[in-house]
Write a protein that binds this ligand. Sequence first.
Ligand SMILES: Cc1cc2nc3c(=O)[nH]c(=O)nc-3n(C[C@H](O)[C@H](O)[C@H](O)COP(=O)(O)O)c2cc1C
Length: 371
Amino acid sequence: MTATDRFPGENHLVSPTLFTPYTLARTELGSRLVMAPMTRNRAGADGVPTDSMVTYYAQRAGAGLIVTEGTQPIAAGQGYPNTPGIHTAEQATAWRRVTDAVHADGGRIFLQLMHAGRISHPSLQPGGGLPVAPSAVRPAGQVFTPEGLQDFVEPRALETGEVEQTVRDFAAAARLAVEEAGFDGVEVHGANGYLPHQFLAEGTNQRTDRYGGSAENRARFLIEATTAVAEAVGAERVGVRVSPANSFNDIVEHETEDVYAAVVAGLEPLGLAYLHVVEGPPSVTEKIRSNWSQTLIVNPAFSLETTTGNLEALLADGRADLVAVGRAFIANPDLVRRLERGAELNAADQSSFYGGTDAGYIDYPTLEQVA
Ligand SMILES: Cc1cc2nc3c(=O)[nH]c(=O)nc-3n(C[C@H](O)[C@H](O)[C@H](O)COP(=O)(O)O)c2cc1C
């Protein structure tokens, strides 16, 4: 039996196209193409979304679903300059302009909750304090700060009570995102070496309390945070992103199968909107697929040219229900339409990915503008 056989109904056609609508729990999507979350470092003072961000997301409302850039659920979760937050009323009010604009153009949008943990720097922290992490393990390398690249520092290990508080912080941020800012849902960022992934990986988690040790204990923070978020806004409005075996941000993770089995076992009963896998070893994705009965989004990260054929192949064999694409959405605000027509894609300019002006942000042309 394949994954597509398990769920009869419109969502599970034998050969869905990228352009077939999809019902994602409570959210109706016009296509199966998701805009992957991407940090663009263009928020204003105090992490408040700007007019340019309203334009940027509205331009991309043609995506089946937009997942926003990583957004800190509390000030201490900030990892890079000019990233937006979702922990103050001012931030929520400004985000509301983004969600209103996307909804007015028929789009759907989830906010990504990203706590960077140790991938930060005192210059980005409230009061210039140390970044927090599961354990005091310093990442190799350097970090972007307002003063340029600087060495990472040794983070401060969270006390057990602080871990429990961070779980509550995620829930409060989710409530603000859905109830005040108008998001269709939130995605808990458990991927790419940020705080929840730092708990999952043995290299960054040397704890001896209930959040460290066995694979089940290391998965506990992500599961508790997601459970709290689901209780706050409804499980059908919550997704989780993971990146098995991804060593980005100096992650050392050898027990991949055990850890992600524990994650899936903990998340499966919650009835979430989706699990979102940044694809690493295909065997791990397949294992997750076979144990995950709800919607699975796969991001074939950096491994596949963005063509309709390549993306539909992921849907056709049941490996994914939805596919997420990152960089092609930076350069092509009308990506869905371009793929549908087999049109050429604009190339993305890497030099303007992280911060800067509106150039390389909201000035990529649509097909109509080219014509
Ligand atoms: C500029 C940029 C910023 C990114 N920021 C985030 C982020 O905030 N959260 C996240 O989960 N992934 C982030 N990613 C990873 C993307 O979501 C995606 O996994 C990656 O770009 C690979 O997909 P692609 O080959 O389609 O671009 C970022 C990637 C890029 C290029």
